[in-house]
Write a protein that binds this ligand. Structure first.
Ligand code: B12
Ligand code: SF4
Length: 506
């Protein structure tokens, strides 16, 4: 068991290296650091390695923390995309300090904690789901060499090597969320992440009730439940950011921001009133919204309170795909589907009219994808003309309903131990029947499709380029006749690749 050392920092919380070009303020680790310091006598620090690519350097950082700072407890955040780095990092920690305790948490490990520990000897404890309360108990137990058997929310390796999964932990109530500290600036300076626009990210709620097929966040945050922080707590954080940390722009990162109309209206009027009382309380903001829960009144209030743009997860406009993957019954019947499309058109129209920019996020490669579904999407994008758009290729994340559907297929295993990121995409094509034709995925169930080339090089670069969606449509038309084996029945991966290769010149 771990020795208790008299060091000034007791735990290093690490955001691992990330190959994604998206990097941001580690809110989750900050919340853990804050709660550890608020509710225990222990000290935490955050090490952000998101942009670090040099593993010698990373090793030196770990050596420094272990040998010079005397830290012997490490907590690492694991996403699916960063899991290979998490493994490498935990192995390095153990090679330098074999008696270190390595705790992992976050969306990737939470759903399969036993397998994660079984396959990774350098990891000692998995924290499942929401981490704050669990970390408080865990810090006390580790520091005092107590038994871990009574700590809910963890899976751990015993001294004899057994892997034990304890009971899940109850979620924090909305009231408890309202007591969490948000003074994160002491761990990492906001301006390190603010891209010259003096921005910060913030979350006003946890969870979402909709359970869309591709989404793991809804299950991660408590099986499709939703908890909103008390409004006064949200405003206390906003005041801290705007008035005390010179933040001028907020990106809200809630799973769903506009679940309740009255909450959105209260939020907007709260901003307007505070700004009237103190003109320094002035900022612009961008929320993620579900389009079917918006109306003109809300949009006008949002605009009046500084909302400049909205991120819409639209994903697809195809009726069958919407019915299958998008929660909320928006395509439960053909009539509902038609109403939904009209709603989308109306909301985009209102946004344009009142001057809110729109960002449309689409998913490529959902079950039943064909050239026809892709064309439907392009057509609709041409109708609504978002200011920006993003196409991503479907990723299968543990926790997402589609993941479980896929996992019922014969031959499916949780393969992460033997996978590098590259292998993962190959192995998802395990029977390879689906490799060429997206439409054949529907025949074989809801397959994961995330071909290497699409994810790593092509779609990401293309999809996130922010320009008018007409561009992609016209490019598609321009290149499609060059695609020799386009069979007009299915949009093949090969063709998508060819299309984007030509377009990007790669
Ligand atoms: C904000 C956000 C971002 C931001 C900031 C990320 C950051 N560094 O924190 C940006 C835009 C940069 C981003 C980027 C990406 N993101 Co993101 N992001 C989110 C989002 C919307 C909120 C995350 C958040 O801050 N939540 C609030 C905090 C409090 O929660 P948390 O970080 O999860 O931490 C809690 C628990 O997970 C747990 N915990 C987490 N880590 C640890 C570690 C230990 C030791 C312990 C004990 C506990 C613990 O305790 C914390 C407190 O309760 C989530 C969706 C969601 N609503 O959860 C997606 C999400 C996390 N992102 C996701 C993805 C895929 C990505 C990208 C890979 C996207 C891409 N294709 O490039 C990149 C990867 C970036 C990276 N560094 O690796 C997925 C991850 C799915 C998965 N299984 O891996 C999610 C779940 C969204 C989804 N699609 O379902 N993201
Ligand atoms: S995609 Fe959005 S609306 Fe659907 S379950 Fe996830 S967070 Fe909720």
């Amino acid at each position: 068991m771990i020795k208790s050392m008299n060091n000034s920092v007791d735990i290093a919380l690490i955001e691992p290296p990330s190959s994604s070009f998206l990097r941001g303020f580690p809110l989750g680790l900050s919340s853990l650091a804050a709660v550890i310091e608020q509710k225990t006598q222990y000290k935490a620090k955050i090490i952000d390695l998101q942009s670090e690519t040099d593993w010698d350097n990373i090793k030196n950082i770990v050596i420094d923390e272990c040998q010079h700072c005397g830290i012997n407890i490490f907590g690492i955040r694991a996403l699916t995309s960063t899991f290979p780095e998490v493994k490498k990092l935990s192995a390095i920690i153990k090679s330098i300090l074999p008696e270190a305790v390595v705790i992992v948490g976050g969306p990737h490990v939470s759903f399969y904690p036993e397998i994660c520990l079984k396959n990774n000897a350098s990891m000692d404890i998995v924290v499942m789901g929401e981490g704050e309360e669990t970390m408080i108990n865990l810090m006390h137990a580790i520091k005092k060499s107590h038994n871990l058997s009574t700590i809910s929310g963890i899976t751990y390796r015993t001294a004899s090597g057994d892997i034990v999964r304890n009971a899940d932990r109850d979620l924090l109530s909305a009231e408890q969320l309202g007591k969490l500290s948000f003074k994160y600036n002491q761990y990492l300076p906001y301006n390190r992440y603010s891209n010259n626009d003096h921005s910060a990210i913030m979350i006003t709620s946890r969870g979402c009730p909709f359970g869309c097929g591709f989404c793991s966040a809804a299950r991660f945050w408590g099986n499709n439940t939703y908890r909103a922080r008390p409004m006064e707590h949200v405003f206390a954080e906003l005041e801290y950011l705007i008035l005390h940390n010179s933040i001028k722009r907020i990106y809200f990162e809630d799973a769903i921001f506009n679940l309740s109309k009255s909450r959105v209206m209260d939020f907007c009027s709260g901003i307007i009133t505070r700004n009237r009382d103190n003109p320094q309380f002035n900022f612009t903001w961008r929320p993620p919204c579900r389009i079917d829960l918006l109306d003109r009144e809300m949009l006008e209030m949002m605009k009046a309170s500084g909302c400049t743009d909205i991120f819409f997860g639209l994903e697809t406009f195809d009726e069958r795909q919407l019915r299958m993957v998008k929660g909320g019954g928006i395509a439960a019947t053909s009539e509902a589907y038609r109403r939904y499309l009209q709603e989308v058109i109306d909301i985009f129209h209102i946004c344009k009219e009142i001057g809110i920019e729109t960002i449309a996020a689409m998913i490529m490669g959902l079950p039943y994808e064909t050239e026809a579904t892709f064309s439907t999407n392009i057509e609709m994008l041409n109708t609504i003309r978002p200011d920006k758009y993003a196409f991503s290729v479907l990723s299968l994340y543990a926790g997402a309903p589609l993941y479980y559907e896929y996992s019922r297929e014969p031959g499916f295993e949780w393969l992460d131990d033997i996978l590098s990121r590259d292998d993962m995409y190959d192995l998802l094509f395990i029977d390879n029947k689906a490799e060429e034709s997206i439409s054949s995925f529907s025949v074989h169930g809801s397959r994961a499709i995330k071909p290497r080339y699409v994810n790593k090089d092509v779609f990401y670069q293309t999809g996130m380029i922010e320009h008018n969606c007409l561009k992609i449509a016209s490019d598609f038309d321009k290149y499609r006749h060059n695609l020799t084996d386009f069979d007009n029945k299915s949009l093949t991966m090969k063709n998508i690749k060819a299309f984007h290769s030509q377009r990007l010149g790669v």
